[in-house]
Design a protein around this ligand. Structure first.
Ligand code: ADP
Ligand code: ADP
Length: 239
């Protein structure tokens, strides 16, 4: 089942820079897709069109069969709720506990007066514990975010995403500036969520080695164009 479909998608920034040129691409349920390409190739732009952080200039973009280009208000919030985002240097609230940060994933696009006051249901708190267990961070639940290492923070960000019950995860350079060991644990966590919940993951990475290790499919961008698209079984190192 196609979860994300790009149809002749073009993105031109207001200053005239072409971010994406006529992208045609379908991503399927449960796929772990890694986007590779040089800096400036359009990887971030591609990811950011999926949750409408960036609007496309022409073409169409479908999520679960529904065009998202004209969504507004509540429909747009519903779309974003389905999509978890893990971005580089992810902004946890530094002075707040891990628990609060994770619970804020629940507030997300649906703030209620209770959540604004920091009152969360028992179910939500239990869910936060479960999410933290998944990323091996349950023991840090009351630790302040700014006392965690970079990799631990990224894992908390993953747990926070999890509170939304997303069907799609966008990961923009999720491991930039992490050491190799931490990188592996963050990538393993992402892979685990992908497998356990059949979430579609679209991740942009600089490292070809990591792409080869974790992806089901690798796509390559160059100057805004899709120039490579192969399932991992057909990828050869010499490509
Ligand atoms: P990548 O993620 O592969 O490094 P980007 O998607 O960030 O590439 O950028 C693709 C192209 O679009 C680059 O030429 C970049 O400079 C340009 N670009 C990205 N964001 C903007 C923006 N907000 N305004 C204008 N140009 C942008
Ligand atoms: P990164 O990919 O490391 O997050 P970006 O290349 O996206 O960094 O740049 C950071 C910010 O600057 C982003 O908001 C991006 O949209 C914007 N940006 C990137 N290139 C340009 C550009 N050529 N003109 C204007 N804004 C840009």
């Amino acid at each position: 089942k196609a979860v994300i479909e790009f149809k002749d998608v073009k993105k031109v920034y207001p200053n005239g820079t072409v971010g994406l040129k006529n992208i045609n691409l379908s991503l399927y349920e449960g796929e772990f897709v890694v986007v590779v390409g040089l800096s400036g190739a359009g990887k971030s732009t591609l990811l950011r069109t999926v949750n409408r952080m960036h609007d496309i200039t022409s073409g169409d973009l479908l999520i679960e069969g529904q065009s998202i280009v004209n969504l507004k208000g509540k429909a747009l919030r519903n779309l974003r709720r389905k999509i978890g985002m893990i971005f580089q240097g992810f902004n946890l609230v530094k002075r707040a506990s891990v628990q609060r940060n994770v619970l804020s994933g629940r507030v997300g696009y649906y703030p209620t007066w209770k959540s604004v006051l920091g009152l969360f249901s028992k179910e939500d708190k239990q869910k936060a514990v479960e999410a933290l267990k998944r990323v091996n961070m349950a023991s840090k639940i009351y630790t302040r975010a700014d006392e965690l290492s970079g990799g631990q923070q990224q894992r908390v960000a993953i747990a926070r995403t999890f509170m939304q019950d997303p069907t799609i995860i966008l990961a923009d350079e999720p491991i930039a500036s992490l050491d190799p060991k931490t990188t592996k644990s963050v990538m393993d966590d992402l892979k685990q969520l992908n497998k356990d919940f059949n979430m579609t993951v679209l991740a942009n990475l600089h490292s070809v080695d990591l792409a080869l290790e974790y992806a089901d499919r690798i796509i390559g961008l160059r100057a805004g164009e899709l120039v490579y698209d192969k399932p991992i079984a057909e990828v050869s190192r010499s490509d």
